[in-house]
Design a protein around this ligand. Structure first.
Ligand code: S3P
Length: 423
């Protein structure tokens, strides 16, 4: 796919539903008693993998144009899948399901694509085993994971990494455990699981960085409206900030404080972003408007990292256009995402003429010179593809993206929306 440098981007757009919330809505809807109507669901490949896995465990899930309907089977109503549960490219499906499956009275096998088979699963296996789960993984760290029936008991567990997937896997297993389950986070990660548990009547308490769950009798189905994904909005926020003359609005974006690190960083770089029509339901939502402005470099590290972990590739693009040095540190988790995102972005930004250096836990980008465009690889990673597409809009010459179809993991209509804005 060829992407040409473009003139100002203008317009008001909506982007697809939040990926993290969409996964959780299906999972908790399946385990609830009653019917869950989900609006704004993300019809991306990852979330469809979650639906597929629950269908294989006997959950009736209906997809129409506007709604996903999940007929909950109750906490103990899942049935043994006949085949392996295939999670595709989705780390969230794999890790969260691992927690749920640990508490079932049947055996199961979890597996995914080549990227999933490389991603660390030891981080979930270890605490789940401490809870009494019986799990086998390749080298105790990789898919396929074999999970056998066992009795679980609650634990208190200090997370070695600030990971919402790990936290959620433990809390989901906690639904099936005898006694309380407590997790202690090193820094706040996204709290969608906790919020949804509360909405479904589960007793869960957050006290600073300590989260404690009481195993419930059952979960009560509630309808769920999924806000637009700030991780998808991020591509347009950066595009609007770096393409001269742009002004654009992304509507109904989820602005849960555990996800808004991107707004703090872009504003810290000098971006002009305003929030309108704020409302707060189970999750806070607003419209975000960005106007082009000159950006400058910034230091990014510490506890903000989990609040913008998925946005770091596109933040690196913003940094390439920002005057001066941007330092990203404490971001070693980026190496174990859908691709090694530090290596991928360093290599691809260099191809476009950006002065970028890979470090052990991040990168240093010396920006301010307009990149010249390039033939970009995506490493099969949706967010790398979309980040480089954004760079290409503001580059000096045309660029090519080798396998643009990978965007379908989280944003099937990404390129259409880009063109709608004038890209
Ligand atoms: C997610 C948590 C994040 C994020 C991923 C989705 C979730 O991963 O990178 O895209 O839905 O819980 P970690 O919490 O493992 O860093």
């Amino acid at each position: 796919m060829q992407i040409n440098p473009c003139g100002p981007l203008h317009g008001s757009i909506s982007v697809p539903g939040d990926k993290s919330i969409s996964h959780r809505a299906v999972m908790l809807g399946a385990l609830a008693s009653g019917t869950t109507h989900i609006t704004g669901f993300l019809m991306g490949e990852d979330c469809l993998s979650t639906i597929d896995c629950f269908r294989k465990m006997g959950v009736h899930i209906d997809i129409t144009e506007n709604e996903v309907t999940v007929e909950g089977v109750g906490l103990h109503g899942l049935s043994a899948p006949e085949d392996e549960l295939y999670t595709g490219n989705s780390g969230t499906t794999t890790r969260l399901l691992c927690g749920i499956l640990s508490g079932q009275s049947f055996s199961s096998v979890l597996n995914g694509d080549a990227s999933i088979q490389k991603r660390p699963m030891g981080r979930v296996i270890k605490p789940l085993r401490e809870m009494g789960a019986s799990i086998e993984g390749k080298n105790d760290n990789h898919c396929p994971l074999r999970i056998y029936p066992s009795e679980l008991c609650g634990i208190e567990y200090r997370l070695p990494v600030a990971s919402a997937q790990l936290k959620s896997a433990i809390l989901l297993a906690g639904l099936y455990a005898e006694g309380q389950t407590t997790v202690i986070e090193p820094a706040p990660s996204r709290d969608h699981t906790e919020r949804m548990f509360r909405a479904l009547g589960v007793e869960i308490e957050t006290n600073g960085n300590i989260i404690t769950l009481e195993p419930p009798e059952d979960l009560h189905a509630v309808d769920i409206a999924v806000p637009a994904d700030i991780s998808s909005a991020a591509f347009f926020l950066v595009a609007g900030a770096i393409v001269p003359g742009s002004e654009l609005t992304v509507r109904n974006v989820g602005v849960n404080p555990t996800r808004t690190g991107i707004l703090d960083v872009l504003r810290g770089m000098g971006a002009d972003i305003t929030e309108n029509n704020f409302r707060d339901d189970a999750e806070p939502v607003c419209d975000l408007t960005v106007k082009y402005s000159r950006l400058h470099g910034i230091e990014i590290g510490g506890s903000i990292i989990p609040r913008l972990i998925d946005e770091l590739p596109v933040i690196a693009v913003a940094a390439a256009f920002a005057e001066g040095e941007t330092v990203i540190r404490d971001a070693q988790e980026l190496k174990v995402k859908e691709s090694n995102r530090i290596a991928a972005m360093t290599t691809e930004l260099s191809k476009a003429g950006v002065d970028v250096e890979e470090t052990e836990d991040g990168m240093i980008i010396r920006g301010g010179r307009i990149p010249h465009g390039a033939m970009f690889e995506t490493y099969g990673d949706h967010r790398i593809a979309m980040s480089l597409a954004v760079l290409a809009l503001a580059a000096e010459h045309s660029s090519h993206i080798i396998d643009p179809e990978v965007v379908a993991i989280s944003y099937p209509d990404f390129f259409d929306t880009l063109m709608q804005l004038g890209g």
